[in-house]
Write a protein that binds this ligand. Sequence first.
Ligand code: GLU
Length: 489
Amino acid sequence: MSLFQQPIRVRMAPSPTGFLHIGGARTALFNYLFAKHYKGTFVLRIEDTDKERSTKGYEKAIIEDLGWLGVEWDEGPLKEGSYGPYYQSQRIPTYQKYLKKLEALSKVYPCYCTAEELETERQDLLKRHKTPRYLGKCRNLTQQERKALEAQGRVPVIRFKIDETEPIQFHDLIRGDISVDPTILGDFVISKGDGWPLYNFAAVVDDCEMKISHVIRGEEHISNTPRQILLAKTLGLTLPQYAHVSIILAPDRSKLSKRHGATSVGEYRKMGFLPQALKNYLALLGWNPGDEREMMGEEELAKDFVIERMVKSPAIFDVEKLKWMNGMYIRNSSVEAMTKETLPFLESYGLEIQNKKMPWLNSIIETVRGSVDTLDQIGPAAELFFDEKFSLNAEAKTYLVQNKDKAKEILKTLDDLLAKTPLLEKEEFQKLQAELKEKVDASDKKILFQVQRVAVTGRLKGPEMNMIMPILGVDSCRKRIHITQSALS
Ligand code: GLU
């Protein structure tokens, strides 16, 4: 089957039963890039038929995180298209229509087994080293038996009958030909007693109804595919092509989980990762451009995102690599854009930014961004520019005490020179330093610089003084020198 037989339509189908995880975001991104590359349509469908576990809160968070990541859908919530509604909870009549069709074909039956009965069957099969599956206890119940069970108050679920014995074969665009023995599947539940569908049934109906041409999803769904194929074939629906992308593992090659650190997109957002960096990094988990390139913007990714370059071997989620990439984006993006992204982080770090001018904030970001990997590291790096945070740290105090007399002389001279300097741009700073050198004994250049650094930043280390002092300006420098002087007296 050619890749391009029909209009290209792909989808991301999250269940709002949790936050958007790295794996889900990667699936969304792959579908998005695939649609962009092949000039197709990307659909977002909310699979909210699990009434107990789905919440509006999770749904909102998923939509927000996808929006933040810049993985935008062409059809779906807030973007109506011709195949809506895009919430499965609003499509119940559609599933019921298909369920009737299956009933008419005698392909379904009600099952009254309790959870305990099913568990006993499962354990029994496991003990006998057999694949756990439903053995069909309720398959051939008579009407009378059904009535009797219902009279006991049992509410049935609906199971799909698997009569096939021939292998179910399909071609996976990443994994090649796959063949599954249908006898290991067991009759599976497609609908609850209240008429609401379960995942496999609703997903296959919607994939077909929404004219999805390619189902690109995580490897963990591969076992669902034969069930979906059987349902589609029975219903006479046209099947999409399947592509199951590699699983994402932690560096120790175990399943990525909480114990490896943050796993949801929202957590990375809060830690100060940039959407463009996360997007770039996720794109390389299970796909590669075929060469050494790593830093790739969205347009470049979409241009090169051919399905042939998706790989089936597990992808390793290495947060250190992601941090490195994020740092690269922080340094290489425009300062103005980075300042805008950083403001909420400065604020939550407790820095007073309300009355500050943008050019001033820009120069701070420009000065400190070389030393950070995430936006939340900018607050601690930038606080030295905020007068209200100024204080001498212990190391700085010790240094001053050890060089007390010299420090006093340097600070007095510096303060006098600053008093005569109306503006402190980089040029004036150089002039100031030259004059300072003339006025005090500058045989030990290190002390000369270090005393100034300590006095205006309160620390022994930090960015270049020719960056810091012009940003602080005359008033702030003098205020700090005075505080330091009184600590010395
Ligand atoms: N609702 C399913 C999930 O969140 C979708 C799986 C699929 O893409 O078919 O895992």
